[in-house]
Design a protein around this ligand. Structure first.
Ligand code: GLU
Length: 458
C-alpha cells in the first residue's frame, strides 16, 4: 500500500512550497487508496517556533487536508512528533556504529577537521556527537521526477546524526522515521535532493528498503527569484489576508509543477483526489503567476451562490460601506462576479458612501450616443415617474421593467435611459453594476436624490 507523509518543521508560517508538498502527498495517497501521515520535525531547537505548530494544524484544516496518521490521530508508530522520541534515534545511531556506518565524535560542534573517524572511539564519557561514516565509492539513486542521479561519495561529508545535546539532526530522524512509518513514497522539495545520497547510504547500512523519492521542483516568483516574505507571496496566510479563498489557493498551488490529465484548470480538492498522479509532475521549476491566481479566485466567486458569498463578503462590505440605508444583499450580489479578491471590494465600492464629484461630460458616450443633452432630457422626464414609483415594489425585476417600459414610451433605446442613470448613481465612468443593480442597491430615496444631483450638473 502506498504510504506518503508530510513532514513539516515548525519554524514559522506555512510556505507555499510546503503546502504544495503536503497537497501532493495527500492527493497521491488518496488517489492510490493509501495512507497520508503527518510528522512534526521539531528536533532543531534553535529554529523552533511554538506557535508554528498550531499554524501547521490550522493551515492543513483550512486547506482541507486530512491526515490519516500522526499527531492526535495515532498510527502504528507514534507519536509522530520527533522531539517526543529522541531516545529511539540515539538507539538507532548506536546500532549504526555497530554496523560500522557511524562513529562517536568528540570535536566541538562546527569543527571541521576531525580525527574521531579514524580513532574509532568507544562511547565517550564527556559530550559527544555521532557522525555518519561515508564509505568510499559512488552512490546512485533514482527519483521519479529527476531520474537517476550518481554522486561521488568523496563529495559527501560525514554528517552529524546525533548532536551533542542528544537530539537527532533533521536528516537522521527523517530517515529513521520514514523507515519505521513504512513510508513508501517520499515527496519533498528539491532542496533536499543533495542530501538524498547520504540518506541512501543510511538505508543501505541498516539494510532497510529505500523509499521511492519524488522531489518537487522549485516554485519561482515572476521575476525568477524565490517567493519572498517581503513581497508577501511566500506564505499561505499572505494570500488569505489578501482575500483569496482557500479553495482557490489550493487549486492554484496544485497546478504548480503538476499538469492535469485534461485541459481543465478548476478542480475541487475532492476531484483532485480522483485525478492527481505522478505522471503529471514536471521537473521544470514553475512560476507563481499572481494574475492567474486572481483569475482563478474570481472564477470561484462566480461559481458560488449569492447566499454563500454573502457571509464571506460581509466584513469587507462593512469596511467599504458605512451607510445604513444600503441594500447589502444586493450590494454583495453586485460585487460577487466582479472581483478577483475580497480586498478589491473596497476599491470598487468607493462611490457608495460619497458620490464623487463629476461634470456634465461624464454623460458623453460615443457608443450609445448619449450626450449631456440626451441625459438631461431622459433624467428630467424619468424623475417624476420614479418619484411616483411605489417604494415597496423597489426590487430588480420591477425596476428593470419600469425602465424598459419608460424607454419604449419615449421611443428610445434602453441604453439612452440606463446609461445616464448609471452615471448619476455612481458618479463614475465605470462602476461594478449597471443601472438596475445600482438602483436596487441604493433604494428609492437615494436613487432619486442622486438623479436630482445629476440634473443640477447637467
Ligand atoms: N522537515 C522538512 C521541512 O520542513 C521536511 C523534509 C522532508 O520532507 O523530508 O521541509
Amino acid at each position: 500500500m502506498m504510504r506518503t507523509r508530510f513532514a513539516p518543521s515548525p519554524t514559522g508560517f506555512m510556505h507555499i512550497g510546503n503546502l504544495r508538498t503536503a497537497l501532493f502527498g495527500y492527493l497521491l495517497a488518496r488517489r492510490m487508496g493509501g495512507v497520508f501521515a503527518l510528522r512534526i520535525e521539531d528536533t532543531d531547537i534553535g529554529r523552533y517556533v511554538p506557535e508554528a505548530l498550531d499554524k501547521i494544524y490550522e493551515t492543513l484544516k483550512i486547506a482541507g487536508i486530512k491526515h490519516d496518521e500522526g499527531p492526535d490521530i495515532g498510527g502504528n508508530y507514534g507519536p509522530y512528533v520527533q522531539s517526543e522520541r529522541k531516545d529511539s534515534y540515539l538507539k538507532q545511531a548506536e546500532a549504526l556504529i555497530e554496523l560500522g556506518a557511524a562513529y562517536y565524535c568528540i570535536c566541538a560542534p562546527g569543527e571541521e577537521a576531525c580525527n574521531c573517524r579514524a580513532a574509532g572511539l568507544a562511547r565517550p564519557e564527556g559530550p559527544y556527537a555521532i557522525r555518519q561514516l561515508i564509505p568510499p565509492g559512488q552512490t546512485t539513486f533514482s527519483d521519479l521526477v529527476y531520474g537517476e542521479i550518481t554522486v561521488e561519495n568523496s563529495e559527501l561529508e560525514d554528517q552529524v546524526l546525533i548532536k551533542q545535546d542528544g537530539m537527532p539532526t533533521y536528516n537522521f530522524a527523517n530517515v529513521v522515521d520514514d523507515h519505521f512509518m513504512a513510508i513508501t513514497h517520499v515527496l519533498r522539495g528539491s532542496e533536499y535532493l543533495p542530501s538524498t545520497p547520504k540518506y541512501n547510504l543510511l538505508y543501505e547500512a541498516f539494510g532497510w528498503p529505500i523509499p521511492t523519492y519524488v522531489h518537487l521542483p522549485l516554485i519561482l516568483s515572476a521575476d525568477g527569484g524565490k517567493l519572498s516574505k517581503r513581497r508577501g507571496d511566500a506564505f499561505f496566510e499572505d494570500f488569505l489576508e489578501k482575500g483569496f479563498l482557500p479553495e482557490a489557493i489550493v487549486n492554484y498551488i496544485v497546478l504548480l509543477g503538476w499538469s492535469p490529465p485534461d485541459n481543465r484548470e478548476i478542480y475541487t480538492l475532492a476531484e483532485l483526489e480522483q485525478v492527481f498522479g505522478i505522471e503529471g509532475l514536471s521537473k521544470a521549476p514553475s512560476t507563481f503567476d499572481l494574475a492567474k491566481l486572481k483569475w482563478m479566485n474570481g472564477e470561484y466567486f462566480k461559481a458560488m451562490s449569492g447566499k454563500n458569498f454573502e457571509p464571506l463578503a460581509a466584513p469587507y462590505l462593512a469596511a467599504a460601506v458605512k451607510r445604513e440605508d444600503i441594500n447589502r444583499s444586493a450590494l454583495s450580489l453586485m460585487v460577487k462576479d466582479r472581483i478577483a479578491t475580497l480586498l478589491e471590494i473596497r476599491e470598487i465600492l468607493d462611490f457608495i458612501d460619497v458620490l464623487p464629484e463629476y461634470g456634465a461630460d461624464l454623460f458623453m458616450n460615443k457608443k450609445n450616443k448619449s450626450t449631456p443633452e440626451t441625459a438631461k432630457d431622459m433624467l428630467s422626464k424619468l424623475l417624476p415617474e420614479m418619484e411616483a414609483f411605489p417604494a415597496e415594489n423597489w426590487e430588480s425585476g420591477a425596476i428593470y421593467k419600469f425602465l424598459t417600459d419608460f424607454a419604449e414610451a419615449q421611443g428610445v433605446k434602453n441604453s439612452l435611459v440606463l446609461w445616464p442613470i448609471r452615471c448619476a448613481l455612481s458618479g463614475k465612468e465605470s462602476s461594478p453594476g449597471g443601472a438596475t443593480e445600482l438602483l436596487n442597491v441604493f433604494g428609492k430615496n437615494e436613487s432619486v436624490a442622486r438623479i436630482k444631483q445629476a440634473l443640477e450638473v447637467l
